[in-house]
Design a protein around this ligand. Structure first.
Ligand code: PFF
Ligand code: NA
Length: 446
């Protein structure tokens, strides 16, 4: 076992860490705008389906590899492959995961920077007595300002990498313990407000009235990718956390708790955001700006709205912070596995991700019309292809390794479930999750 390996200090710490990784921009920012762009209830239904039949079993697969290997992802895969006498090339899945999180973190940090900007603005009373139209145009003005965006992106990368450099189990546990429960409180308040708005009924109908006609291959692929993204599955990021998991904990239980919470947070923010959209006649297909335009409007209508708004962005910032720490960890763990010191590894990774993030910053101004693939500028590219394509590919490989290649005894004991539970999990991964992911990926690539 490597000397740098840490251990979470309790079961609760592990669940909080995985929840921290899962709950983030995916729920509060990406879920609502993806739902808006993909036909509402059709997307929602598929996303929940994919979370249950792909996300949950694959999350277990990924974490159990880390737990059985007790090493950084690449080393864990190499170790388990040699233990089972299968090809050592499985370790490259770890490298692919590191590449995936690299690109995801580069845009994740930029968008998290938007929450920093909005936190500061709301504390300064910047949204007091503004009309919805003014709030919308203030967002556009902000996006067109690369310097302000770079400043926030830089700050966010510093926040992230300083925790990673200190070692996740120390830095993260303290942060998670306090902040995550507060975020739920504020989301519930927001949900309560949504119920009182005129658009609440329309929002509920739009989100929950079945609409199979809106389903096409594009919606299916987006919903699948989002299920991976929101659960943080497919990039070996949770594998890195699994390595620190205590021995006596049941993995299936922990994972189900996290997924439920993750869905709940997404639903609450979806309901709140679409209530505002339908109350004010805004456009549900607004795209990545959706949350930043709707929530300031919502909060400005609540008594003491500025305080709620500030608190909301503070907690959102913490949620994205704990996710970005998870995004950075597999890359840093990989360098540590290659003999680097944690602090230096964090510095190098942080600098590289920051640099690539600048391309996303500029995608809202100078580079807005520079198209990389099809109509996509850099931000559009990194915020769709790594989540929707790379994560499912990574998840697929991870699942094949866990359910078909590694020693069944090793997998069973790392799953921490009774024998029937293990067979059930393996059956679902082998005959449902793997084929389904492969079919969706292949049909959309063709
Ligand atoms: N699950 C995070 C969210 O919903 O915001 C994003 C994420 C974290 C994706 C870690 C992938 C990952 F490895
Ligand atoms: Na999430």
């Amino acid at each position: 076992m490597s000397e740098t390996l840490e251990r979470w200090h309790s079961r609760r710490a592990f669940i909080l860490a995985v929840t921290g990784a899962a709950v983030g921009l995916g729920n509060i920012w990406r879920f609502p705008y993806m739902t808006g762009e993909n036909g509402g209830s059709a997307f929602l239904l598929l996303y929940i389906l994919f979370v249950v039949v792909l996300g949950l079993p694959m999350m277990m697969a990924e974490i159990l590899i880390g737990r059985a290997g007790r090493r950084s992802p690449m080393q864990a895969l190499a170790y388990l492959a040699s233990e089972a006498g299968v090809s050592p090339h499985w370790r490259w899945v770890g490298l692919f995961g590191a590449l995936t999180v690299f690109f995801i973190l580069s845009f994740y940090s930029v968008v998290s920077g938007w929450s920093i900007e909005y936190l500061v603005d709301s504390v300064n009373g910047g949204f007091v007595d503004r009309t919805p139209a003014e709030i919308g145009s203030a967002f556009d003005t902000f996006l067109a300002d690369p310097l302000r965006m770079t400043f926030n992106h830089t700050l966010f990368m510093l926040l992230t990498m300083s925790v990673v450099a200190a070692g996740v189990s120390n830095g993260l546990e303290k942060l998670n313990n306090v902040m995550m429960p507060l975020l739920y409180v504020i989301l519930i308040v927001l949900g309560g407000y949504a119920v009182t708005t005129a658009g609440f009924g329309a929002a509920m109908a739009w989100l929950f009235t079945p609409n199979p006609a809106a389903i096409d291959l594009h919606v299916v692929l987006n919903a699948m990718g989002h299920a991976f993204f929101t659960l943080a599955v497919g990039a070996c990021a949770l594998m890195a956390y699994g390595a620190y998991m205590p021995d006596e904990q049941s993995l299936p239980r922990a994972v189900c708790a996290v997924a439920l919470l993750d869905i709940a947070v997404a639903l609450l923010s979806g309901i709140a955001i679409f209530s505002v959209v339908f109350t004010h006649g805004l456009d549900p297909t607004e795209g990545p700006g959706l949350m930043f335009v709707t929530l300031p409007i919502a909060f400005s209508e609540l008594p003491g709205g500025q305080i709620w708004l500030g608190a909301f962005f503070l907690l959102l910032l913490v949620a994205t912070w704990t996710s970005s720490i998870n995004l950075a960890e597999p890359m840093v763990a990989m360098l540590i596995g290659a003999g680097w010191r944690r602090g230096r590894a964090a510095l190098l990774i942080g600098a590289l991700v920051w640099g690539v993030g600048l391309l996303s910053v500029l995608s809202f101004s100078t580079l807005a019309d520079v198209h990389w693939i099809g109509e996509m500028n850099f931000f559009a590219l990194v915020s769709t292809v790594p989540p929707d394509i790379f994560l499912p590919i990574g998840g697929l490989l991870i699942a094949i390794f866990a359910a078909w290649r590694m020693l069944p005894e090793a997998a069973a004991s790392a799953l921490g479930a009774p024998a029937t539970g293990f067979r059930l999990w393996r059956g679902v991964v082998r005959y449902v999750s793997i084929p389904l992911t492969a079919v969706v990926l292949l049909s959309s690539l063709i």
